[in-house]
Design a protein around this ligand. Sequence first.
Ligand SMILES: Cc1cc2nc3c(=O)[nH]c(=O)nc-3n(C[C@H](O)[C@H](O)[C@H](O)COP(=O)(O)O)c2cc1C
Length: 161
Amino acid sequence: MRKLVVFYSLEGNTRLVANTIARAAGADILELVPEKELSARGFTRYLWGGKSVLMREKPALKPLAIDPSQYDMFFLGTPVWAWSIAPPLSTFLSRYSFSGKPVALFCCHGGGPGKVFRKMREAVPGGVFLGEIDLQEPRTNDTEPQLESARKWVGTILSKL
Ligand SMILES: Cc1cc2nc3c(=O)[nH]c(=O)nc-3n(C[C@H](O)[C@H](O)[C@H](O)COP(=O)(O)O)c2cc1C
């Protein structure tokens, strides 16, 4: 079974988790990069990012380095923005069908996952959901214990395949 980790990350937390999951799962990895990236510094990113979520924007992505249709199982990851999915992942989810395919969800946040997993499940109609995990700022907060819990989570996900 070919496994793919797909994620977007503005500030590196979700990238760190995505790399950890990919290594633990023996999966390939695909990072989504918007054509126009938000500046990762300063308070205005919250305003622009929050507005982008509320306006349900689907920002254009740079060409994908990997063809997702070649894979059988997916880990999908996003930072939580305005309690929801970061728009670059929304773009990706609107473009591909995961109907009937096993899917596991992960997110990084500053305080809580909000409604992100419900939104992700809605954005992946027909997906066979195996589980989900959220981590709080793992780059700077309890890094190793949080990554270890992600590795253990991968084990439980793979045992369901
Ligand atoms: C535009 C924007 C909106 C955010 N909204 C939330 C939120 O609603 N809830 C929350 O807990 N964290 C929120 N955060 C914090 C991020 O989810 C958190 O820092 C996450 O670890 C960032 O992941 P990344 O480093 O992969 O980009 C927001 C961050 C940004 C930039």
